[in-house]
Design a protein around this ligand. Structure first.
Ligand code: EPZ
Length: 422
């Protein structure tokens, strides 16, 4: 398996162009099942998860083709029918596969999906999705590791109250209710920018969705959806990762093709730490100008501090003198990077869902192993700041969510390379 080798100590300097958002491109890809007309999606990030989803859609019967950062689907052949079964070997590869349910329920009135199973950061249940589908009129049974969902008639609009503002469940219900009969209201909906991007696509297709980005979304069901062209929004998590990379290496980085508002909570916190940040409409300059001060955080749903930046934030706080507390409130097991950061010399104590970090002078390079996508990013950032050599293994996790990570970092002056191991 490939590894990344880093010789730490270089200050990052230069410009980086942020790629399209993985967590927006994925639900938009699933939305293509809702129309038989041609679609074009641009600014798609070159990621493993995108390739997996493209193969998944082709397995289901939707021919989508990826050329560079553009994905197209042509008119569906008249006689062609989608498969209604999503097998384990496809579903287990990425969590977003659960988004197959909404579109297939809407189009085929049935979907048999292998239970996705958990992942490194948690059990990742789908009860909120399933309870909402029941509200729309679906019958659900679990047999032989599959969740079988079926509706005799067309889905029926309903009022749905989420016990937790799940991002995936909000997306799944948008993908189902957009073609339901009547009106659906989602109360306590997720407010992430990726929800807004998906709603924009569905409205371009002829959907009638209002309130996306707020905690109350209204969907007036329509009978048919049409083709669309759409440019995916920039990846706010990738952007925040590069800003933290500038901070941890005491460098100066300009991010291009970014929407500053989408990562405001993180940049506000970094300004409180003492990082210099200057924003324009679509760029962010991040510059280390003085020793940073610790800033404790609690992860929250959007617009709070994103859980997907928790690990990267931890890496940074480990090298800032003083005490920092980080509380993880979204996932139940998202501290797998603690043990790996301790291998660099970090002083971290875990107490339930909170960690207590005591800043240390420096990190020493070490061999470390990636457990999940964002933990991997944190370990690379730590390696960039560490004295000496760091070897990062299991970097296939990184390839899922960071487009050409080591190439972009190398362009910013990092001494980093990927070695291909058979
Ligand atoms: C999305 O996951 C993102 N993935 C995650 O990004 C992100 O961390 C997460 O939202 C939170 O922002 C994609 O968009 C593909 P949730 P999702 O449903 O939809 C619990 C990354 O690094 N829950 O909001 O799965 C769940 O277990 C990934 O890019 C239920 O209990 O997140 C978790 O604890 C990691 N029942 C919490 O809610 C449900 O039915 C948040 O889950 C659904 C969720």
């Amino acid at each position: 398996m490939d590894k990344i080798i880093i010789c730490g100590g270089n200050k990052l300097k230069g410009e980086v162009t942020i790629s399209g958002a993985k967590n927006s491109a994925l639900p938009i890809l699933f939305s293509t099942l809702l129309t038989d007309e041609p679609v074009t999606i641009t600014n798609v990030p070159p990621l493993a998860d995108i390739n997996t989803t493209v193969s998944f859609l082709n397995f289901i019967g939707k021919t989508v083709v990826k050329k560079g950062n553009t994905i197209t689907a042509r008119t569906l052949d008249k006689h062609k029918q989608y498969k209604h079964t999503a097998p384990y070997d496809l579903v287990r590869k990425i969590r977003a596969s659960v988004l197959i349910m909404g579109p297939l329920l809407a189009r085929l009135k049935r979907v048999d999906m292998s239970l996705p199973g958990g992942c490194a950061i948690g059990a990742r249940p789908i009860d909120i999705h399933l309870n909402a589908f029941k509200k729309l009129g679906a019958e659900i049974s679990v047999e032989g590791g599959y969740v079988k969902t079926f509706t005799k008639d067309r889905l029926q609009g309903a009022v749905i109250n989420f016990r937790f503002p799940s991002v995936g469940a909000t997306e799944n219900i948008l993908l189902a209710a957009v073609l339901a009969k009547g009106k659906t209201t989602i109360n306590n909906a997720a407010r992430e920018p990726e929800i807004g991007d998906l709603a924009n696509v569905l409205n371009k297709m002829g959907g009638k969705i209002t309130g996306a980005g707020t905690n109350k979304i209204a969907i007036d069901g329509v009978d048919k959806l049409y083709g669309f062209t759409h440019e995916v929004i920039p990846d706010r998590i990738e952007a925040a990762t590069y800003i933290i990379a500038a901070a941890i290496t005491k460098g100066e980085v300009i991010l291009k093709k970014v929407i500053p508002q989408h990562l405001k909570f993180v940049t506000d916190k970094l300004i409180k730490c003492g990082l210099f940040i200057k924003e324009t409409e679509n760029t962010i300059l991040a510059k280390w100008v003085k020793n940073l001060k610790p800033q404790s955080i609690k992860t929250e749903v959007y617009p709070g501090f994103p859980t997907d930046i928790q690990a990267q934030w931890m890496a940074l706080m480990c090298l800032i003198s003083g005490h920092t507390y980080i509380q993880e409130n979204v996932f139940e097991n998202r501290f797998l990077h603690v043990a790996e950061l301790q291998r660099f010399g970090a002083d971290i104590t875990i107490d339930g869902k909170t960690v207590d970090i005591k800043g240390v002078e420096k990190f020493s390079g070490a061999p470390v192993m990636v457990s999940d996508l964002r933990a991997g990013a944190a370990l690379v950032l730590a390696g960039l700041a560490a004295d000496g050599k760091t070897t990062v293994s299991r970097i296939y996790h990184l390839d899922r969510g960071y487009a050409v990570f080591e190439k972009k970092l190398k362009k910013l002056g990092a001494k980093i390379k990927r070695i291909h191991n058979k």
